[in-house]
Write a protein that binds this ligand. Structure first.
Ligand code: HEM
Length: 136
């Protein structure tokens, strides 16, 4: 029998990931985000850029956000060297579609309403700023 003696990285309960509720909250945000993208015609341009099946990206986004927000880094370990810039570089992202991403993400976070509310709002604002900065 083999015993896993590798030390596990300590979970830091002070990071936004854990303070906002961890994986279930980040998964709920991603689900709400892609539901909005799918269902609200205001995001039709953003929807059209995605693959017909949103399930893979819906599974991937919360794992990315987890590592980004100080939680488990599985996505980054599974995708060595990948970052926001390399991921989106091949895409043409205009200001309109960047604004759609930003708005849908802020709505998704508001709808899931994680606590503490001020930290959730701050995270939504940062993600929205990142998205808008990607628009050309
Ligand atoms: C600025 C507007 C943005 C647009 C138009 C956009 C568009 C896209 C598209 C089309 C995909 C591929 C999905 C598919 O294969 O169906 C994707 C993947 C992804 N995007 Fe964005 N994106 C934007 C901003 C962001 C931001 C701000 C983040 C995170 C902070 C983000 C995180 C991701 C992740 C994690 C993936 C999946 C990567 C993987 O394959 O594991 N995106 N994005």
């Amino acid at each position: 029998m083999s015993v896993d003696t590798q030390p596990k990285p300590a979970e830091n309960p002070g990071t936004p990931f854990y303070r906002l509720g961890g994986a279930p909250v980040f998964e709920a945000i991603a689900e709400r985000f892609y539901d909005l993208v799918e269902q609200d015609s205001a995001y039709a341009q953003l929807r059209a850029m995605h693959a017909p099946d949103l399930a893979p990206v819906c599974a991937s986004l919360p794992k990315f956000l987890a590592g980004w927000a100080g939680g488990p880094r599985d996505w980054f370990e599974a995708n060595p060297g990948r970052c926001m810039m390399s991921l989106h570089k091949p895409m043409t992202i205009d200001k309109a579609v960047a604004g759609q991403w930003a708005e849908a993400m802020q709505r998704a976070i508001a709808d899931v309403a994680p606590e503490p509310a001020d930290m959730a709002r701050a995270m939504g604002d940062i993600l929205a700023d990142m998205a808008r900065a990607m628009g050309r």
